[in-house]
Design a protein around this ligand. Structure first.
Ligand code: SF4
Length: 366
């Protein structure tokens, strides 16, 4: 299948929905850990189409959302330092910290710039030798190779004014943390196709066998997701706990070895704090010692801050799959995409933004 449209065909969607409904199974709960999949589920109304058969819950699959508030506060403080040009992707600039956001810091005089690629930050460093360019690197395994490559590029250019604030996180330890929790019971998992494109499939296979959990590595279009759900549900029916690969057109067993090598050249695994999940051992990436002159944490003095989440925001529970955006009392009224109180309403991959964009009207009818 070569074209995207083939994965959105209404006929195929209908057939898959019918197949799922025809399975002689009690209702089961399946989690996805990918913000793009969450948005597809909401955009194409898959949650409603499978109602009473499959309970779809959304895990910590939005990299912007899982970045903890203290990291946002740290970014804001860094942006206010002298001679700094602070750069990151658009969503990160709008995430509320304890008191303000990076965009508000910009309104108050900080030089904060939106970029589309980490190499834009490297270019800025080359063009502004008298400034310190900080790049806020966030994301899962998917974005880590490009961010690592930016450090290698800066090294090649012998730049001494390019710095990275790394808040990278790794999906497998977060999934294991959720599975170890007593709070959540899953009958299956849709593993994120983009992460597995880099990592390969082995971590999923390990989790399937260790936790007796059916997993399907799944793509991002409606047909992908419905096939993923069907394969996962069928495993429940057959009492199987394997990892299946629905996204074979991209994901291989070993993953992208070149990308893995690039990540490992620049980053090493570290413990990391996640919004909603707390500190998870070996769940982050920090810059290796040999590249420490590019590491903000080593190159800058950063005052410690006491960060404080808005108590009304239940993002932490949403990211654990324990609540859905409609459970939040201020969803759609005090918290909207133009006036976001929490990260999941800002991010283009956030669950609250997905519910707001595609299901807000329905909620108003309830
Ligand atoms: S609707 Fe807003 S306040 Fe509520 S959980 Fe989502 S981001 Fe937080």
């Amino acid at each position: 299948m070569k074209f995207l449209d083939e994965y959105r065909q209404v006929d195929k969607v209908k057939i898959l929905v019918d197949q799922i409904h025809s399975l002689k199974l009690p209702p089961i709960t399946i989690m996805e850990v990918c913000g793009s999949q969450t948005h597809t589920i909401l955009k194409f109304n898959l949650e409603e189409l499978l109602l009473e058969k499959i309970n779809l819950i959304h895990g910590p699959g939005c990299p912007v959302c899982v970045t903890p508030i203290e990291m946002i506060d740290k970014a804001i403080l860094l942006s206010q330092q002298e001679d700094v040009i602070f750069t990151s992707y658009g969503d990160m600039l709008r995430i509320p910290g304890s008191g303000s956001s990076l965009l508000e810091a910009r309104s108050n005089g900080a030089d904060v710039r939106m970029i589309y690629s980490p190499l834009d930050a490297v270019k800025l460093a080359k063009e502004n030798p008298d400034k310190k360019i900080i790049f806020f690197a966030i994301g899962f395994e998917t974005t880590a190779p490009a961010n690592a490559a930016s450090v290698l590029a800066a090294k090649k250019l012998m730049l001494d004014n390019f710095f990275v604030l790394s808040s990278h996180v790794l999906i497998p330890p977060a999934v294991i943390t959720l599975l170890n929790s007593e709070l959540i019971r899953l009958n299956g998992l849709l593993a994120p196709g983009h992460v597995c494109t880099i990592t390969g499939t082995i971590w999923c296979e390990d989790i399937s066998s260790r936790y007796d959990l059916p997993i399907t590595i799944t793509g991002f279009e409606p047909v992908d997701i419905l096939e993923g759900i069907l394969l996962t549900a069928k495993q429940n029916l057959l009492n199987e706990s394997k990892t299946l690969n629905q996204y074979k057109r991209v994901v291989t067993k070993g993953g992208n070895l070149k990308a893995q090598e690039t990540i490992n050249n620049v980053f090493e695994v570290c413990d990391r704090n996640w919004r909603g999940l707390g500190e998870i051992k070996n769940s982050g990436l920090r810059i290796r010692d040999e590249f420490s002159h590019f590491d903000v944490e080593k190159a800058f003095e950063i005052n410690t801050v006491t960060s404080k989440e808005d108590e009304r925001c239940i993002a932490g529970k949403i990211l654990q799959g324990l609540k859905k955006p409609f459970d939040c009392k201020i969803f759609g009224n005090e918290c909207t995409p133009t006036n976001p109180v929490g990260a999941p309403m800002v991010s283009s991959e956030g669950a609250c933004a997905a519910y707001y964009n595609y299901r807000k009207i329905e909620n108003e009818k309830v």
